[in-house]
Design a protein around this ligand. Structure first.
Ligand code: HEC
Length: 159
């Protein structure tokens, strides 16, 4: 028993030598979703609080991101979140992709899939009220429809 504890402790100490990279990519406000859309401040705040840690280049790293293996878990979410949808570089997406991503955003919020449960558990301010959810759904739906109208893109089939 004691031996196992010592091994675990040594392992815990050793993994601390493999920290995550906490350097965010350089800011690109001219490509940022909230900036180019001139999102109303109250809505923008909800999106920043609930999504920007994983879906932007403006991730904030809390104190526990100094500890492995928690930090690896967190970094994984950030890397994957950015790969799937990065609000900081939204303007670089083709209009069709922009509309599709916003469509998915609405679905994710409607189904309560985003923000991730593990995130909301720790970031209680990212737990939206029903009214806030409706505000976001309305806003993102409008943004999606605007892009579809401007670029003559057909509506997406509801899944
Ligand atoms: C803790 C990190 C985290 C937060 C916070 C978060 N996401 Fe995600 N998101 C992810 C990860 C990781 C994935 C990819 C895996 C998955 O789909 O579950 C993802 C996937 C998505 C996708 C799917 C994209 C695709 O192409 O499949 C959408 C849309 C999305 N998130 C929107 C949001 C929105 C909107 C918010 C805020 C309301 C949000 N997310 C908050 C981590 C996060």
């Amino acid at each position: 028993m004691k031996k196992i504890l010592v091994i675990l402790l040594v392992a815990f100490v050793l993994i601390q030598f493999f920290p995550i990279d906490k350097n965010n990519p350089a800011p690109t406000p001219q490509l940022d979703f909230l900036t180019i859309k001139n999102t109303p401040e109250s809505t923008a705040k909800l999106i920043r609080t609930g999504c920007y840690d994983c879906h932007s280049n403006e991730s904030k790293y809390p104190w526990y991101s100094n500890f492995q293996p928690v930090a690896w878990f967190l970094k994984d979410h950030i890397d994957e979140g950015r790969r799937k949808l990065n609000f900081s570089t939204f303007a670089t997406y083709e209009p069709k992709r922009q509309a599709h991503k916003l469509h998915e955003v609405v679905e994710m919020i409607e189904n309560g899939e985003m923000p991730l449960d593990s995130y909301v558990l720790i970031h209680s301010d990212a737990k939206y009220t029903e009214a806030q959810k409706q505000e976001l759904i309305k806003y993102f739906t409008k943004m999606e429809n605007d892009i579809r109208l401007t670029h003559n893109l057909p509506a997406e089939q509801k899944k």
